[in-house]
Write a protein that binds this ligand. Structure first.
Ligand code: ATP
Ligand SMILES: O=C(O)C[C@@H](O)[C@H](O)C(=O)CO
Length: 331
């Protein structure tokens, strides 16, 4: 089964949200207290997805706000260097700083992220800085959930969604739930459900859909799709970590993607690499089942490497892994 996009557009995908800095532990398999060296990469879920899809050959653009500092300039240079259109990345003039994410790799199974996101420039994107002429040039608007956590970024994203819908641009909502960005779980559920109900495609982990539904215990995928298919979405992708992922189409078809065996270095970056390759495949006209394979293969490559953005694979690497067909059977 294929998913249809408006073919007649200059951009395949425009992402909106944060473009930040990841500082990944160079000495790993130890707690961060004992890590003395960190490597710098561009980070932030929607930036990672734009980078991954641009490296795979999609024409990508980005809407966001960068700090007027060395980090902001590094991000802009890296993103334009991998082919992303940065013309709608505005520079903050009020002294807000770039968001930082320090990663801790205690073991392949035990990884965490320490984020510095107080007053970060990306959350100051204003609705007046979202341009209809730009959005209407794309097949897809990719929205990241964290950008909904604070105003004025929240209103900027809500405006981008209504402009996308007006101009027949598919809205893809990557839940990207970071609990510490939000005041409380009820607030998250209000905005997540509002946006999910208006989106065409929703992608997230089981835990992220639980946050959307304001559940304190694990929900089930059937209930989630019964709810979302009463609204705009016609494709819902639910990820279950190493157990793989499911794509549910409103027409009733269900597809499963298995994870591929790999030597895991760290677990973060899985979701962003998955989304970029899944969307690349879908937008390139591959069927949903194949797109799940692309997402899973890309994620298994990125979890074996040091970064989330710089490690995004090529089409050849992804197809090579799919060809080997060494899947993980759990669950
Ligand atoms: N240990 C692993 N080995 C191989 N593939 C994996 C592993 N963990 C996750 N994946 C792949 O990555 C996909 C996305 O993983 P997951 O469900 O953990 O997303 P996520 O929580 O959004 O990731 P992130 O940790 O980046 O936030 C899975 O569906 C699976 O295909
Ligand atoms: O999304 C972030 O802000 C941090 C990411 O760049 C980081 O690499 C990660 O968590 C990916 O899942």
């Amino acid at each position: 089964m294929n998913y249809k996009f408006n073919e007649n557009r200059e951009f395949d995908i425009i992402a909106i949200g944060r473009a930040c800095i990841d500082l990944n532990a160079v000495e790993y398999n130890r707690p961060m207290e004992e890590t003395m060296t960190f490597s710098k990469y561009v980070g932030g879920s929607p930036a990672n997805i734009a980078i991954g899809s641009s490296k795979l050959g999609l024409k990508a653009g980005f809407i966001g706000k960068l700090a007027d500092d060395q980090h902001g300039r590094f991000i802009e240079q890296y993103m334009s260097g991998v082919g992303i259109d940065t013309s709608n990345m505005v520079v903050d003039k009020e002294g807000h700083k770039t968001g930082l994410a320090f990663t801790e790799i205690k073991s392949p199974e035990e990884c965490s992220i320490l984020m510095y996101r107080q007053d970060v420039a990306d959350l100051y994107l204003d609705q007046s800085e979202v341009n209809e002429e730009y959005i209407k040039k794309s097949k897809v608007l990719l929205v990241s959930g964290t950008a909904l956590s604070k105003s004025p970024s929240r209103e900027a994203v809500l405006k981008s969604i209504s402009l996308a819908k007006k101009n027949d641009v598919k809205v893809i909502f990557e839940l990207d739930y970071r609990p510490y960005s939000w005041n409380n779980a009820e607030e998250t559920a209000v905005y997540y459900s509002l946006v999910a109900e208006q989106s065409d495609v929703v992608i997230g982990t089981r835990e992220e859909f639980d946050a959307l539904e304001n559940r304190t215990t694990e929900g089930n995928n059937e209930d989630t799709i019964n709810y979302l298919f009463k609204h705009s979405p016609d494709l819902v992708v639910i990820k279950h970590g190493v157990e793989g992922s499911y794509a549910y189409a409103k027409s009733g078809e269900v597809f499963r993607g298995l994870a591929y065996k790999t030597k895991v270095l760290k677990t973060f970056g899985a979701g962003d690499s998955y989304a970029s390759a899944f969307l690349f495949a879908l937008i390139s006209g591959k069927d949903i089942e194949t797109a799940l394979k692309y997402g899973s293969a890309s994620a298994s490559i990125v979890v074996s490497k040091h970064s989330s953005s710089d490690a995004m694979p090529s089409v050849e690497e992804i197809e090579g892994l799919i060809e080997k067909n060494e899947t993980i059977s759990v669950g």
